[in-house]
Design a protein. Structure first.
Length: 220
């Protein structure tokens, strides 16, 4: 997540590298999902693709803002966007992260429900976003909510794996468990840099596993 307060340069470099990697990998997941949808016509693949499109947009935006912080371009961006101060730019960066990532997770949850109801999707999304916006500690509530959603998604793939015992389902299950553990680590990363590093590493492995699964599926 973007942070314009003074940070060690190695953390900014690490954050920038990881966010660019996440953006590329999640966009590849999106493209493979749409490719599978085009071949199979399976609605779940399309929703999976849209979910990772939102997640990818989040990482591309965050990597741009981290790049700005690394090269001290924040004031230039503020002037370009007609933002009064750096604090407001930081706020916009945080809100964009919460917004796009939660949309991605909600889309994944909606995919698992096996229903065709845009009203249900909008309702779940609205409740989630409003809960975050009206919370006194938005970042903490975001991570708690994201963890709950990831627990549900992980449980969904666990149930699928117990039914079919397929390696592709196991890969996705492990991936979302890694995302869950990484998300939980981020709850503590505000005060512990080691948790921050572990969280990013688990995310990286998770996205690679999801991409590997889709690559294997698309080759069949």
């Amino acid at each position: 997540m973007v942070h314009f307060n003074p940070l060690p340069s190695w953390i900014l470099n690490y954050t920038l590298f990881s966010e660019i990697a996440f953006a590329i990998i999640t966009f590849a997941v999106c493209l493979y999902s749409f490719k599978i949808y085009k071949l199979s016509g399976e609605k779940k693949s399309q929703l999976f693709g849209f979910a990772f499109l939102f997640i990818s947009i989040n990482y591309f935006l965050q990597s741009f803002l981290t790049l700005a912080a690394l090269f001290k371009l924040e004031q230039n961006i503020c002037s370009l966007m007609k933002i009064q101060d750096l604090q407001m730019l930081t706020l916009y960066g945080i809100y964009s992260h919460l917004f796009f990532f939660i949309i991605g997770l909600i889309t994944l949850v909606y995919m698992t429900l096996n229903i065709k109801s845009i009203k249900t999707y909008i309702l779940i999304l609205a409740i989630s976003i409003v809960s975050i916006l009206f919370s006194s500690n938005k970042i903490y509530i975001y991570y708690v909510l994201a963890s709950i959603l990831l627990i549900y998604i992980s449980f969904y793939y666990l149930m699928n794996y117990t039914k079919n015992k397929q390696i592709k389902t196991l890969l996705v299950l492990i991936a979302f468990l890694f995302l869950l553990f990484g998300n939980i680590h981020f709850i503590f990363s505000i005060n512990h840099q080691v948790y921050y590093l572990i969280g990013h590493f688990l995310e990286f492995i998770a996205y690679l596993l999801i991409l590997l699964n889709l690559f294997l599926v698309s080759r069949k």
